[in-house]
Design a protein around this ligand. Structure first.
Ligand code: MTE
Length: 317
């Protein structure tokens, strides 16, 4: 993002999907062998607390892609942005093990009748988890196809009542210098916060994800819970959410504050609107060599274009 130019994906990222199948098997074997205590899973549901544990059977979703192969897990966990753990693409994989994902709760406040705090264990019971295979694209030009596990954001609306003033939703993420050493350095305005319009949040494609590739969320990808909005650039997908706030006015977000000319509030994937420093016309899938054309709204135009009817998307980029 602002911090670093994109570079080519190292060949080490090209990994056989057999790798994650083998890892899942390894974790399951550990659980069966009674190794849960050693992994810090002594209490309650072991699936709650350890990234990389099997989520069991997930509901399939008609909103999943069916025509594209998932990107190898190792590429998705080994290369990404989570600036609280450092500025390099490899920093999250190296340092996110410091993140403590239990106890964890999300406070929902702002323009709601009653503010509430939900423990992650309860959130996990809100709805059967669905697998959502989505195309994802980063503003820096890399992309991936990821089988997320999660539930629609709209499930939250069954538990809280926004007031008539609620027009936007803010997603605030953990900022703890003890666990996240880079939050001691104010190169971004911590805590990391992203926001979308309420109707975007309620679109059926928008999910709160608690896992990927059939397993609980890896820490570097935003454990225990993150936002996924597949038609927007990746930075909208706030990781490790601790607070959801409903507000009336379009807020400033971490990235609009960091560079308003480079990061618009909407950030819909748009190959025709170049980023100040990078074209957005093409992208490279993690683990692949050749670039491919970027699709408007990341290929989800049919489902989401109507949300922006009448808006000039060059102005509202
Ligand atoms: N969430 C937090 N809390 N901190 C971050 O630095 N980076 C964003 C987004 N969510 C970020 C974050 C950016 S820039 C991108 S591209 C995606 O996470 C990357 O997600 P991934 O590593 O799962 O691909």
């Amino acid at each position: 993002m602002l911090i670093r130019h994109p570079h080519d994906i190292p060949p080490s990222d090209i990994t056989d999907p057999a790798h994650y199948a083998a890892r899942r098997k390894f974790i399951q074997t550990l659980l069966l062998a009674g190794g849960a205590g050693a992994l810090g899973m002594a209490h309650g549901n072991p699936l709650d607390s350890v990234p990389g544990a099997s989520l069991g059977k997930l509901q399939s979703s008609p909103l999943s892609l069916t025509d594209e192969k998932a990107t190898p897990l190792k590429s998705v966990t080994g290369y990404g942005n989570f600036y609280e753990f450092g500025p390099d693409k490899e920093s999250p994989a190296k340092h996110a093990h410091r993140l403590r994902t239990r106890p964890w709760s999300i406070t929902v406040d702002g323009e709601v009748k009653t503010a509430k705090t939900f423990a992650i264990e309860d959130i996990l019971k809100w709805a059967p988890l669905e697998e959502r295979i989505y195309r994802m694209r980063c503003v820096e030009g890399w992309s991936a196809v990821i089988p997320w596990a999660g539930f629609p954001f709209s499930e939250l609306l069954k538990r809280v009542e926004p007031t008539g003033n609620a027009k936007f939703v803010e997603f605030w993420t953990l900022s703890d210098p003890e666990q996240m050493p880079f939050t001691r350095i104010p190169f971004l305005d911590w805590p990391y916060m992203e926001a979308i319009r309420l109707d975007e949040a309620l679109h059926p494609l928008t999910i709160l994800a608690v896992g990927m590739y059939g397993e609980t969320m890896p820490k570097q990808n935003g454990a225990p819970i993150r936002l996924v909005v597949p038609w927007k650039y990746g930075f909208k997908g706030a990781k490790s959410i601790v607070r959801i706030r409903f507000v009336e006015k379009q807020p400033e977000t971490t990235w609009t504050k960091a560079g308003p000319e480079e990061y618009g509030f909407y950030s819909n994937v748009n190959p025709d609107v170049p980023h100040r420093r990078w074209s957005q016309s093409h992208e490279r899938r993690l683990g692949e060599f050749f670039k491919r054309k970027t699709l408007p709204f990341n290929g989800y135009a049919e489902q989401v274009a109507s949300l922006y009817a009448g808006m000039d998307l060059r102005k509202h980029f």
